[in-house]
Write a protein that binds this ligand. Structure first.
Ligand code: DQA
Length: 145
């Protein structure tokens, strides 16, 4: 069985650290990657971590995960609320998918109340800051046990 957790990040998450810190905190995406790698390693898994501002590139990573990953953790960022393409690609997977958000989208603007990821995810973790990622790793791996 595959031993790698794919962690995929959508648009503008490359700006973490400076982007709306009152909502997203001060950690950079590099900080999150380091923390996620350590958590995956401590649980006996490898990690493949990606960020893209381009919807089609995220689709490519999801398709690759279908062949190479044990599970997918995805913060689709704004594409959460718009992307049928991500919905379709995640729906085609037969491995656990965990939706993750740093903030709690349902408590923000009304348009963030719609998720195209949640209906094709095993579960969703939102609102715990960057710790949402670590909770998602534990949830993904616990699902595989
Ligand atoms: C986000 C929430 C989304 O609504 C937003 O578009 C993002 C980040 C989060 O992690 O809280 O870019 O996914």
């Amino acid at each position: 069985m595959a031993n790698t957790i794919y962690i995929l990040n959508g648009p503008n998450l490359n700006l973490l650290g400076t982007r709306e810190p009152e909502i997203y905190g001060n950690a950079t995406l590099a900080d999150i990657k380091t923390a996620c790698a350590a958590r995956c390693k401590s649980r006996g898994y490898g990690m493949s971590f990606h960020q893209s501002n381009i919807e089609g590139e995220i689709v490519e990573h999801i398709q690759e995960a279908g062949c190479k990953a044990a599970a997918v953790i995805i913060n689709a960022a704004a594409y959460t609320h718009t992307s049928v393409a991500l919905y379709d690609s995640l729906k085609a997977l037969s491995i656990p998918v965990i939706e993750v958000h740093i903030s709690q989208p349902a408590a923000r603007e009304a348009f963030r109340g719609t998720s195209y990821i949640a209906p094709v995810a095993t579960g969703s973790i939102s609102g715990f800051g960057t710790n949402s990622y670590l909770l998602a790793i534990d949830a993904a791996i616990d699902t595989l046990l």
